[in-house]
Design a binder for this molecule. Structure first.
Ligand code: ATP
Length: 272
């Protein structure tokens, strides 16, 4: 591992260049680049199978990949998952992936394997403060938690290691809108208090815009667009981006757009 000049400023925590992921035949992620600054949340958006999870998993070191990943100015491309984890890169997988037979407290312990018990206790308290829903379920098997609570536990487990960068793979997946809102409220509170940097993967523009200040759109493994904060915050900006990048809508009357809530586009499967 050696210091290099990534061509980015000192606030850049993660920089990915020419990242390519393949599972056998052709690549599913084609030489993409993106960056995450310290204390900011950015999103990677796209429909099913666009390559979002593969990108996150490659950054975490869970999938072999070509290209370069820089963390805090260091080339970590050849580091193992465990080495990246120790540097502070934590992946929170899609589908919650908690251990259902273990209790809530035991699941949290899994996320803090390397830390001393005083730090672990302090972090567990912090997680419980963020997620009171699971605080009184410490001794319950995690499998008995609701979907939303399991997602909170998965995020909580990610926080137990004291990450510098959290890679969040579709935290809204399979949750009812009210629970999505609750999980995102908590994520916003955590981000604000912990000054965490996060790379968030979502299918839903609507959901990602609650938290992210910048987003890239991935389509068939290629980055086909970028949204700044203004585009993410405005319904018209988001809609224009969706139309341009995904061809999701041919024609969208402005009056319609102003009254529409989150819904799924039948052509692209993207939630807007
Ligand atoms: N372990 C694997 N082996 C073979 N192919 C895979 C593997 N994981 C993913 N793929 C394929 O790679 C492509 C990208 O998948 P990926 O899960 O990264 O997309 P995604 O954008 O995260 O989709 P989703 O939102 O549905 O999770 C898909 O065509 C998928 O079938």
């Amino acid at each position: 591992m050696h210091d290099i000049d990534t061509g980015s400023d000192s606030n850049t925590l993660l920089r990915v260049e020419g990242l390519t992921v393949r599972y056998g035949a052709g690549p599913v992620v084609h030489g993409i680049g993106l960056a995450v600054r310290t204390s900011t949340v950015v999103a990677l958006l796209g429909a099913n199978g666009a390559g979002k999870s593969s990108t996150l998993r490659a950054i975490a070191g869970l999938e072999p990949a070509q290209g370069q990943v820089f963390f805090d100015g260091q080339d970590i491309s050849s580091l193992s998952v465990a080495e990246r984890f120790k540097l502070g890169i934590v992946y929170v997988p899609e589908g919650r992936a908690i251990v259902t037979d273990l209790t809530v407290a035991e699941n949290l312990k899994l996320g803090s394997y390397f830390v001393d018990s005083a730090t672990r206790n302090k972090r567990e308290q912090m997680v419980m403060d963020f997620f009171p829903e699971i605080a009184n379920r410490r001794r319950s098997p995690a499998g008995l938690l609701s979907g939303g609570e399991q997602q909170m536990l998965a995020i909580g487990r990610g926080l137990m290691s004291g990450p510098r960068l959290i890679l969040l793979d579709e935290p809204s997946l399979g949750l009812a809108p009210l629970l999505v809102a609750r999980v995102y409220e908590r994520l916003a509170a955590i981000q604000k208090e912990q000054k965490l940097a996060a790379l968030l993967v979502e299918q839903s523009f609507h959901v990602a815009a609650k938290l992210a200040s910048h987003a890239w759109v991935l389509r068939h493994g290629h980055i086909v667009g970028e949204l700044d904060e203004a585009a993410l915050r405005s319904r018209e900006g988001r809609q224009a981006a969706i139309d341009a990048y995904l061809g999701a809508r041919k024609e969208t009357p402005a009056a319609d757009a102003s009254t529409r809530g989150a819904e799924q586009d039948p052509q692209s499967g993207v939630h807007v």
